[in-house]
Design a protein around this ligand. Sequence first.
Ligand code: DLL
Length: 439
Amino acid sequence: MTESQNPEPKNSETEFFDRERIEALQLRRLQHTLSYAYQRVPLYQRKFDAAGVRPEDLRTLADLQHFPFTTKDDLRNEYPFGMFAVPQQEVARIHASSGTTGKPTVVGYTSNDLRNWADLVARSMRASGARPEHKVHIAYGYGLFTGGLGAHYGAEALGTTVIPMSGGQTEKQLQLILDFEPDVIMCTPTYLLTIMDAFTHRGIDPRSTSLKYAICGAEPWTEEMRQELEAGMGLDACDIYGLSEVMGPGVAGEFVQSKDGSHLWEDHFRPEIIDPFDHSTVLPDGESGELVFTTLTKEALPIIRYRTKDLSSLLPGTERPGMRRMSRISGRSDDMIILRGVNLFPSQIEEIALRIPALSPHFQLEISRPAGQRMDELTIKIEPRPESSSVEREAAALQLRKEIKVQIGSTAVIAVVEPGSLERSNGKLRRVYDLRTAR
Ligand code: DLL
């Protein structure tokens, strides 16, 4: 994309652009991306033609709303490489996200894409407190998942000492944390919880380790969970957001000094929020809906108006006024439980449960249709804090049931189970079990 008369500004410069310069950069990069995608990817040509739009119809950023969306199904239908915009020799790396059903979604990167990705992860890590002199323990899974290698090259680009542990093998994680004394850990929030509990189990105070910063993402988590992890491990925990189809981790990152939601790196992505009900109207900043992204610099896999299914809202930038922030993801429309007409997300349960002192963050949601009944039933299996008494546990169950009724409007069956009995996270934790489909 580099033109000799007009060299592309460096990522270290664009990070500090004010809003006006960011939007000018976005418009220029967007115009380029639309014609690049139209010329090189047959699917985009077909979609644009069917919608009656041409790349040159984008004269302002608002014109983007006239262009068609891209979905996970598009990527699946073009499996594996149909949406790549460069010949295979120019693809430097491939990742894939394991779909729960059917074919995985395959994504590709040129060497420029990999450089930008590493820069954006490094930028996110720095925002969250990591510094070149730190040791960084990476416990996101390595492999086709973008978490491990995405974090890895970001940590290298920042100049840190990288410990590429990958996910799982919790006992070994503990040993390496004790022996190598990392300053920073990168893993999913629920896996950090697993690590924290495992330390306690071994009789080691999780607050006594060398860890000072955690950079957590890849799954929804709440402010209450942040407090749980920060207090339990004695560190600062920040959010990092991303998705394979758009890049991987580092699409947005949170600043440790403000912890006010992740800044979206708008020099590389143009975000939009669309109405979650009509699935098309672009909503103004501040309103909640589905996040949609258009990449501005991706060469191997430019993506136009990708529907993430993640629910969030756009807020003004604080630490980087040129970029907007995203509010914490409240959930994915995929994970939404509709119980007797009421919408409910696992993160709402997490929020409510963690405000009740006798309850732990370990819970599972089961949806079933008891025999002979016409209504679905939600059962929340939750572990109490190990130190709580049976009286406290009983009272906590009643309180949880009541708060869910008052705050969400749903009736749930609460099953307080033995501490340690629910499956622990190894990465992205599955919270919802739909027993209706298991029949
Ligand atoms: O999970 C990329 C990633 C790795 C992000 C490591 C952060 C850290 P996918 O496997 O493609 O990529 O899954 C993307 O995960 O659409 C969200 O639903 C969810 N997700 C990712 N980050 C967050 C977050 C990686 N910080 C999907 N908060 C996304 C909530 C998140 N949900």
